[in-house]
Ligand binder design. Structure first.
Ligand code: NAD
Ligand code: UGA
Length: 464
């Protein structure tokens, strides 16, 4: 079997960058070039100030960059010179036309496939790394066939399962790698060529080989199952608060059943991130497309429950603060959708802040990794009020103490570790009284906070 010596990855984002950095680190004999239409992003990958924040990533990049890992905007030459091309472009939810608000927007995938077809002068293995609806490979094959001059293409599906914040360790020690391909001799050879790359550092028994459609569908459904667990536990938070049960105790009791397992049962203000919502909406759209409304409705409920949870959290703050937060300062600790990332896509913080601003609160925010520009851009995208009002009503601070000073209430939105070790007495002393604390992640020591004087409202915990 022919060993791959050169790889190109189209898309230098949260997946393309870290994935290729780890492949380059683990396979020093393979030349890996990551390309993007976003010149700023490419320029940043060439510095020590990487465009994405991921623990451990800079070390991996530095080990391989300039040796066998390169970043470039010269997409055409990178494609032409590579034997294997990963497509790792974004696949957001469509915001227009047919399937608006549900289907995945595949225009970036299609453009990449057209570019590959247009410039290739030798045979290529094209790998779907982006998360795609089942049977997308068929469309990619159609595009590639239309434009070839005797060049042969094999299309593989190799979805990525990394989670942000733990991307490097997820890539270095994944639970499994999934590779789907055509069950023809050429398809099987392509599967083996990609397996061979991963086998540099991952035991072969953890590399799952399937048909193309099974691989594409497994990625969407893996995310749907993960998100479903969060919505399931979050659905119980309202019931726990009403009955006096403690959701963390319930989660522990449920999770110790080995058939259920303990992971992904942490109640929260609602899941965020670029993928859970978009992938489930995409699954719902596919089910509707194939005439399966009951299946579509089943999965859509996961999203409905998540929207309810975010809204419920904001409403609870307003109700507790005597039914209005008008003119009151509310401090939000955390804006990223989870700890250890600077990614804010679909973060619960955006929706909670928006609801509080609509009730005329003054919002103070602190997040260790998210810039003020990004926060305002997130809010402005919702178009609830003019950008100028967002700037007047929401202030971004460079530390938690300033964000909480003179606040009537604090809401923990992201589970950053540094929030656990803040001087809560100092924070309490500088707040308006009564001082409320809403823990949307249940990461703090609530008994200690109550001793300090806070009125604590924790997600999924009723009155004691
Ligand atoms: P991203 O937006 O961070 O990165 C995508 C990059 O592709 C952007 O930099 C964009 O400029 C570039 N791009 C778009 N069209 C291009 C083109 N025609 N030519 C060259 N570059 C182009 O997105 P991401 O978070 O890396 O996600 C990429 C895919 O991986 C999505 O399908 C997503 O669902 C999937 N995924 C994401 C994660 C995650 O944690 N973010 C995990 C697993 C899978
Ligand atoms: C998720 C999946 O975990 C990855 O396997 C997948 O590759 C990725 O989506 C993707 O396809 O994009 P990610 O969104 O980066 O990864 O992060 P998660 O750790 O899954 O967290 C998602 C959201 O759920 C966060 O807002 C997190 O705070 C929340 N969450 C997670 C909970 O509220 N409770 C939990 O128990 C776990």
């Amino acid at each position: 079997m022919k060993k791959i010596k050169s790889i190109c990855c189209i898309g230098a984002g949260y997946v393309g960058g870290p994935t290729m950095a780890v492949i380059a680190q683990q396979c020093p004999e393979i030349k890996v070039i990551v390309v993007d239409i976003n010149a700023d992003r490419i320029a940043q990958w060439q510095t020590d100030n990487l465009p994405i924040y991921e623990p451990g990533l800079l070390e991996v990049v530095k080990e391989a960059r300039g040796r066998n890992l390169f970043f470039s905007t010269d997409i055409e030459n990178a494609i032409r010179d590579s034997e294997m091309i990963f497509m790792s472009v974004n696949t957001p939810t469509k915001t227009y036309g047919l399937g608006k608000g549900r289907a995945a927007d595949l225009k970036f995938v299609e453009l990449s496939a057209r570019k590959i077809a247009e410039v290739s002068t030798s045979d290529k293995i094209v790998v779907e790394k982006s998360t795609l609806p089942v049977r997308t490979a068929e469309s990619i094959k159609t595009i590639l066939k239309e434009h070839t001059n005797g060049v042969k293409f094999q299309v593989l599906s190799n979805p990525e399962f990394l989670a942000e914040g733990t991307a490097v360790q997820d890539l270095q020690k994944p639970d499994r790698v999934l590779i789907g391909g055509d069950q023809t001799p050429e398809g099987l050879q392509a599967i083996e060529a990609l397996t061979d790359i991963y086998a540099h550092w991952i035991p072969r028994e953890q590399i799952i080989q399937t048909r193309l459609w099974s691989s594409e569908l497994s990625k969407l459904t893996a995310n749907a199952f993960l998100a479903q667990r969060i919505s399931s536990i979050n659905s119980l938070t309202a019931l726990c608060e009403a009955t006096g049960a403690d959701v963390d105790e319930v989660a522990y009791a449920i999770g110790t059943d080995s058939r259920i397992g303990s992971k992904f049962l942490k109640a929260s203000v609602g899941f965020g991130g670029s993928c859970f919502q978009k992938d489930i909406l995409n699954l719902v759209y596919l089910c509707e497309y194939f005439g399966l409304p009951e299946v579509a409705a089943y999965w859509e409920q996961v999203i409905i429950m998540n929207d309810y949870q975010k809204k419920r959290f904001a409403t609870n703050i307003i109700h507790t603060l005597f039914n209005t937060v008008s003119g009151k300062k509310i401090a939000l600790l955390g804006w990223a959708f989870k700890k250890d990332t600077n990614d804010t896509r679909e973060s619960a913080a955006i929706y909670v802040a928006d609801d509080l601003l609509s009730d005329l609160a003054q919002v103070g925010v602190y997040d260790p990794q998210v810039s003020a520009d990004k926060m305002y851009a997130d809010l402005n995208y919702l178009q609830t009020r003019p950008a100028k009002e967002n700037e007047q009503m929401l202030e971004v601070h460079s530390n938690a103490y300033d964000a909480c000073k003179d606040a009537h209430a604090i809401a923990i939105i992201t589970e950053w570790d540094e929030f656990k070790t803040l001087d809560w007495q100092r924070i309490f002393d500088q707040m308006k009284k009564p001082a409320f604390l809403f823990d949307g992640r249940n990461i703090l020591n609530h008994s200690h906070l109550r001793e300090v004087g806070f009125i604590v409202k924790a997600i999924g915990k009723g009155a004691e």
